[in-house]
Design a protein around this ligand. Structure first.
Ligand code: NI
Length: 137
């Protein structure tokens, strides 16, 4: 268990009231855990901005009948084999597939992989989960 340290924060009553309402709606039992999560979120955002080693997920939906899309996706994923941890493919219906790629590596590379998939014709929707390896948090 990591060593805990207490610190005092001065804040306007109105802002604190809003924060308490915010954390209560999200089922936090106290301010400390909510503050810790917000601090970690800020640090993870910075990890991505500073091109640190991160972990993330790219989820996308596409029509597998579309041109050479399936082959292009395969080629692209081989280009990024050093950062792709795993990928999962599910057939949503006769035409549509959903794929989730888990990646760990420099943030810029994961971002480039995401951009490349997003720009492909036939990809209907895509989202990037910017997470962390969890180290130093
Ligand atoms: Ni499929």
């Amino acid at each position: 268990m990591k060593k805990l340290q207490r610190f005092g924060v001065s804040v306007e009553t109105e802002l604190l009231d809003k924060f308490d309402e915010f954390i209560s709606e999200r089922n936090y039992k106290n301010r400390s855990e909510a503050l810790r999560d917000l601090m970690r979120e800020a640090l993870v955002r910075e990890q991505w901005q500073e091109d640190e080693i991160i972990a993330g997920a790219i989820a996308f939906v596409y029509d597998h009948h579309h041109g050479h899309l399936v082959n292009d996706l395969m080629e692209l994923q081989h280009d990024y084999f050093t950062i792709i941890i795993s990928s999962q493919h599910v057939h949503l219906d006769h035409d549509n597939c959903m794929e989730i790629i888990l990646a760990k590596g420099p943030a810029n590379q994961v971002g480039k992989l995401y951009d490349s998939i997003r720009a492909m014709k036939g990809v209907k929707h895509i989202d990037l989960l910017r997470s962390t390896t969890g180290r130093q948090l």
